[in-house]
Design a protein around this ligand. Structure first.
Ligand code: PAZ
Length: 358
């Protein structure tokens, strides 16, 4: 199906008024090759979105709005999908956590803390030359991660696609979804990224860095928007200078994904809340509004220990069991992904056996 035939005006306008990432055609070809190769090898393909999107306040961006997400959920989930035999398109915020390297990159340890020096003692009794080795305490775990990383690398089962802004995220999501259409319900969307709900429309975006100081006497700035047009302006108030930002809502792209970009795929969205009283309500509302397969709800404070699966049958909580003495706590994604894979298999076999089969 062609997405433009069922796109709403606000969605069309969004794509028409924003510039696509310049390398989009090249990325599209890479994704196409990736999807075809893995489909031919009998592998299912999952798109995992991960990390937060930014909302630039200026065209030549100095300032932007961001959110908390480090990409832990996405990067960890991607590893478990790879272990489950999926090929993974990892659509992630640039410089957020990545599968495998996440174990070492943003940890409280500096990566050098994982290493120790192994050396020769010279004839004079002093250290002479030497080598770097992994500290014995970390060796077993690192070997395990290394083997999984190598397997993914050699099988070319992990494709990394970085984004920064909400716009680049949306262009990439649409493009990948269109390429994944060719594998029907073998495609899975696992949307764990924290995507901005608001943005600055291009016609109200300042060209240059928003000024906080006094510019009277400075040469005129080219392309400056009149204060009445700009989405972000500084205003003199009785209590001093204030930055006032007026954002538009991002069109609801999940609806487009479900109805037009990937109508046969299994689609899972995440819902983050901070108020436990409204979590289930918001998950059910999303499910009803977008009519996709599953919403995974989580609270900011407990997201690493419990999540709730909400689908049309009801709810299922998944909780990490308490670790026994001396044992490390398991990652909740090691429980989430097998459950997702099970549900994806049900979706795929239901379509195969359905009235349209054959
Ligand atoms: O990146 P992270 O592991 O710190 O957080 C993951 C998460 C909470 C962003 C994710 O689980 C999630 O709920 N994503 C959707 C957020 C939302 O738009 O509601």
């Amino acid at each position: 199906m062609n997405s433009s035939t069922i796109a709403s005006p606000d969605e069309n306008e969004y794509f028409e008024t924003h510039s696509a990432p310049p390398n989009l055609p090249e990325l599209s070809r890479i994704v196409q090759g990736f999807v075809l190769r893995h489909h031919a090898a009998g592998r299912h393909v999952v798109l995992v979105s991960s990390g937060g999107t930014t909302v630039p306040l200026e065209n030549q961006t100095v300032r932007f709005i961001d959110n908390f997400s480090a990409g832990t959920r996405g990067a960890t989930s991607a590893e478990y999908f790879l272990e489950a035999g999926y090929a993974v398109v990892f659509l992630h915020r640039q410089f957020s956590l990545l599968p495998y390297s996440r174990h070492y990159s943003h940890s409280t340890n500096c990566f050098l803390d994982y290493l120790s020096e192994w050396g020769r003692i010279g004839e004079d009794g002093n250290q002479a030359g030497g080598d770097v080795v992994v500290h014995s305490k970390y060796r077993a775990q690192m070997l395990d991660v290394l083997r999984k990383y190598r397997r993914a690398k050699e099988g070319r089962t992990l494709l990394l696609l970085p984004f920064t802004t909400v716009t680049s995220y949306l262009f990439l999501l649409r493009e990948v979804a269109m390429q994944m259409q060719m594998i029907g319900n073998g495609a899975l969307f696992y949307l764990a990224a924290a995507v901005s709900d608001f943005f600055v429309p291009p016609d109200r975006m300042a060209e240059h860095k928003i000024q906080s100081g006094d510019l009277s006497g400075a040469p005129e700035t080219e392309g400056a928007k009149p204060a009445t047009q700009a989405a972000a302006t500084t205003k003199e108030t009785g209590a001093g200078k204030k930055l006032v930002i007026d954002l538009d809502p991002v069109p609801k792209f999940l609806k487009r994904l479900v109805e037009g970009w990937a109508p046969e795929a299994m689609i899972i969205s995440f819902k983050l809340e901070t108020d436990p009283n409204i979590l289930l309500y918001k998950c059910r509302q999303a499910l009803e509004r977008y009519r996709h397969h599953l919403v995974i709800g989580n609270l900011l404070s407990t997201r690493k220990f419990e999540v709730v699966f909400v689908d049309k049958e009801g709810e299922q909580w998944i909780r990490v069991p308490e670790a026994k003495d001396g044992e490390e706590q398991i990652e909740i994604e090691s429980l989430i992904i097998p459950e997702v894979v099970k549900r994806h298999e049900i979706v795929m076999s239901a379509k195969k056996d359905g009235p349209m089969a054959g």
